[in-house]
Design a binder for this molecule. Sequence first.
Ligand SMILES: Cc1cn([C@H]2C[C@H](O)[C@@H](COP(=O)(O)OP(=O)(O)O[C@H]3O[C@@H](C)C(=O)[C@@H](O)[C@H]3O)O2)c(=O)[nH]c1=O
Length: 191
Amino acid sequence: MGKIKVEMNPNGIEGLAIIEPTVHGDSRGYFCETYNENDMKEAGLDLRFVQDNQSFSSKGVLRGLHFQKQFPQGKLVRVIQGEVYDVAVDLRTGSPTYGKSYGVILSEENFKQFYIPKGFAHGFVVLSYTALFCYKCTDFYHPNDEGGLMWDDPDIGVEWPIDGIEVKLSEKDQKNPTLKEIEESGFKFVF
Ligand SMILES: Cc1cn([C@H]2C[C@H](O)[C@@H](COP(=O)(O)OP(=O)(O)O[C@H]3O[C@@H](C)C(=O)[C@@H](O)[C@H]3O)O2)c(=O)[nH]c1=O
């Protein structure tokens, strides 16, 4: 046990967690457990994952900010190759940190994992030449249930570290609404 270091509630946002596994380096390279249910449970993260995802992107690609409405997903995200800035925005109605965001660098070098519970919008931008991103989800993908939040909504004010980087968005993500527009549509996460 004790194989992982966990920082709970970064930036005072309840439910978020940063997980750092122990990396065992030797003359051959390294070994690390990228997921151990018992260690996570001991740290207070009692989770069941049903889907693993992987995406590959080039520098400047920004995927997000995404959530599912009726079938919200908890996500345990990490980077296998490259470096990204990963962001979660609290969309939980009534949360004391509603509308607040937290961002963290995830890279092949820092081995950090980020747990984002349901009720958050999530996204990342690639800072390296390419990045291989992978994550575990607590619920399945429901294509008709997707929600989006504009990545640069001034009311959220995420400080993306993108100086000198040209941001590339999918067509879908170019049309994501602001938080105000989401509220006006009547959508609410209630848990
Ligand atoms: C997310 C997802 C997509 N797809 C398909 C749909 C589409 O044809 C193709 C690309 O989908 P997207 O453009 O939505 O992929 P992407 O922009 O990478 O979406 C992901 O972004 C990050 C930030 C998240 O947090 C994820 O939950 C997810 O929303 O993959 C699946 O089959 N299963 C899935 O779970």
